[in-house]
Design a protein around this ligand. Sequence first.
Ligand SMILES: C[S@@+](CC[C@H](N)C(=O)[O-])C[C@H]1O[C@@H](n2cnc3c(N)ncnc32)[C@H](O)[C@@H]1O
Length: 384
Amino acid sequence: MNKEDAEKAASLTEPKEEFPWLIRISRHFEALSSEIIEGLESTLVKRLGEEYALIKCRNTGRLVASDAAHFVRWNLPMDHAWPCNPQKMEGFIEKAAQTLHEKFSGKGLQGVFVGILDPSARDGYYKALATNLRGRTLQLFEDEAKGFRAVEEQDANKPSLFCMVGKEGLFCGVQSPRDSNGFYPGGTKFISQNAPHTISRAGAKIAEALHYLPLHRPVPPDGGHWLELGACPGGMSSELLERGYEVTAIDRAPLDERLDKHRGLHFIKADVAVFEPSARASFDALLCDMNGETRVALTQVIRLSKNLKPGGLVVFTLKTAGVESYAEINGHFKAAFDQAVTGWLKLVAVTHLTYNRNEFTMFFERREGVEPRQGKGQGPGGHW
Ligand SMILES: C[S@@+](CC[C@H](N)C(=O)[O-])C[C@H]1O[C@@H](n2cnc3c(N)ncnc32)[C@H](O)[C@@H]1O
């Protein structure tokens, strides 16, 4: 046995430490959850709420950055867990708040946030419980709480205490929003789809993407100019216009007539492949939600990304419809990643947003400097 094999054999027999973690996997990937958990070098302990799983990570103090990572919408190390039925537990809020204060005060937190494990629950009991638990905990943190930040004002890289409550108990951990992959407990920002300007479900995807992006980099500047590929019927265009952005939207099909003559909107009814921006055109961001083959859509994104300003953003919906298995989705993801890197784009983040179905949202920036050699560059890894 050579030295490497001997080390491997020894490591298999050594006792391993295991770290409890809470992860959220969208119900769209429920059928793949065993492979995802195995890919995280973890084992399942218990399913919780609608989309959560309590797992134990082997051999590491953090989740591994593997192909499995981009399937995990949100995650939290378990620094405190109280499995119980809060509805039957007398004085649950007071006991829980006292424990949180005892365990976590003086730890340099920037905030305390409480979410619910089952957001679809109808009766509102746990929503009220989460609000009241947070309120009582903040009272106990007294002066320390005066320096706490609101959820959207958190520093992406500083630790917060996130707590999740539901009929299975209370599950809490300290981690930065960036490492958890969301500013909100559970990762989700509620976005109303009944706003007067809502045109299609796709609008919620870009609204959520713009809440997510500050985990990694600033959103495009106020009044910035977006180039949008595959814009019809106009859900995303409408959200961008609502935020005061200028939008050049391209689609073979027409936009919803509610957007007719909208200030700041320039619509070009054409195939994206024949669209040639003027030599002077320069955009702050490029958004692509085109359906059809990923390779074809990315070819256009890469071509048109040359008209981005330095540091310009690309938001790309990676559609995985028709790609079913864990291995196939990862292969599809890797092909897109390789094409993008070869096309001079740098991956900033990839995630599965609440409003994504069989798709991921990828964020890129246009690289500056010398074009990278084919196949070299960053690894595809996840968001951790
Ligand atoms: C999923 S829909 C986009 C929804 C849109 N983002 C919204 O917010 O409402 C995909 C769109 O891509 C457009 N598309 C696909 N390939 C295209 C191409 N080569 N040129 C122009 N439009 C294209 C389709 O016409 C379709 O309207």
